[in-house]
Design a protein around this ligand. Structure first.
Ligand code: ADP
Ligand code: MG
Length: 321
């Protein structure tokens, strides 16, 4: 009996991981499972969910729901599914919260960048398209479930919030499958489920000017963390860095910051807030975070100096005689 039991195939509890290129970045899942088959199925379910959300929200796909809105919403209300409608609503609320630093209509200017091809809009294009950046030009009709643009040429792009949404949904799927320890990451956005089985996760914030190097490590459990950096998509030209985070008020890439990290309970919000803090800069950004209970931030400015939100500051040192 004993021998038989030992000879039977034994499934070991272990960590299971996978990473795939999607949404113009890398999505990765790392989880603990008592059962290898269940672990592998759970990994797969998260990637399927990411692909589904991408089909709904990618402006690179002509047939996506958001592309149809961008084509037709200036002519009249376009029906959006509940999920997309809700995320647009959240985006507009965050625009109000950040005084317009976060604005999904940045895309009228943003669409003219191609970072791989080193293409950027000329000043005249920026001048024209800038007039179309204003979240107040997006009108939602809750009863009808429709989105309408008040002006021709307005475009929306959820690039600053969709990855946080993928991560949040991915963790929810794992939780429902009984997973208790996991990390789901999409680009610069991660959500941690539980801890690393008895120890906190150590999450590294990248050194913005040294590829592959970690500038700061933070111990975290059960939390979301997002970093927005000027090194994700960019090209340098004549000493100027043209990157993917647009300041809505100027229509140009936001200066003054190399990276902004935000952590807190909800990955949708940390994603949008890291983009917002990047745009707002050290002072205004950290003031905003200081007003939000449960959210903290670490900002690295254009000289490489590191700033922490008040909640992360060590208590004042006492001198002992
Ligand atoms: P990453 O894509 O590297 O995770 P972010 O979360 O900061 O970084 O998202 C940057 C993306 O957000 C850009 O690629 C673009 O799609 C979008 N974006 C750029 N500027 C803004 C803005 N002012 N408000 C909202 N979204 C923006
Ligand atoms: Mg973001």
């Amino acid at each position: 009996m004993l021998l038989l039991a030992l000879a039977a195939p034994v499934a070991f509890a272990d960590w299971f991981s996978d990473a795939r290129a999607m949404m113009g970045t890398e999505v990765s899942v790392h989880l603990w499972s008592d059962d290898p088959e269940a672990g592998r199925l759970a990994l797969e379910a998260v990637f399927q969910e990411a692909a589904r959300i991408d089909r709904l929200m990618s402006t690179y796909k002509d047939e996506s729901e958001i592309s149809r809105i961008n084509r037709e919403a200036a002519q009249g209300g376009v029906a959006a599914g509940d999920e997309l409608f809700a995320l647009i609503q959240r985006s507009l609320d965050i625009s109000v919260l950040t005084h317009g630093a976060f604005d999904i209509t940045f895309d009228s200017v943003g669409q003219h960048y191609d970072f791989r091809a080193r293409q950027r809009p000329d000043p005249q294009t920026i001048e024209i398209e800038r007039e179309r950046i204003d979240y107040r030009l997006v009108k939602l009709d809750k009863a009808a479930g429709t989105v309408r643009f008040l002006r021709e040429g307005v475009r929306i792009n959820l690039g600053g919030i969709a990855k946080g949404y993928v991560v949040e949904r991915g963790i929810e799927i794992l939780r429902r499958r009984g997973v208790q320890n996991a990390i789901v990451t999409a680009g610069g956005d991660s959500r941690l489920l539980g801890d690393r089985r008895g120890r906190p996760w150590m999450v590294g914030i990248r050194d913005p000017r040294n590829d592959g190097q970690v500038a700061i490590s933070v111990p975290l459990a059960d939390e979301a963390i997002s970093t927005s950096g000027d090194y994700e998509r960019y090209f340098d030209e004549d000493g100027v860095r043209y990157h993917h985070i647009i300041r809505p008020s100027t229509g140009e890439p936001a200066g003054g910051v190399q990276s902004a990290t935000v952590f807190g309970p909800d990955a949708v919000l940390t994603d949008a807030l890291s983009t917002s803090v990047f745009v707002m800069g050290v002072e205004r950004g950290l003031t905003l975070i200081g007003r939000l209970p449960d959210y903290e931030s670490i900002v690295i400015d254009d000289e490489g100096r590191v700033y922490y939100s008040d909640g992360l500051m060590p208590p004042a040192q006492h001198t002992v005689e």
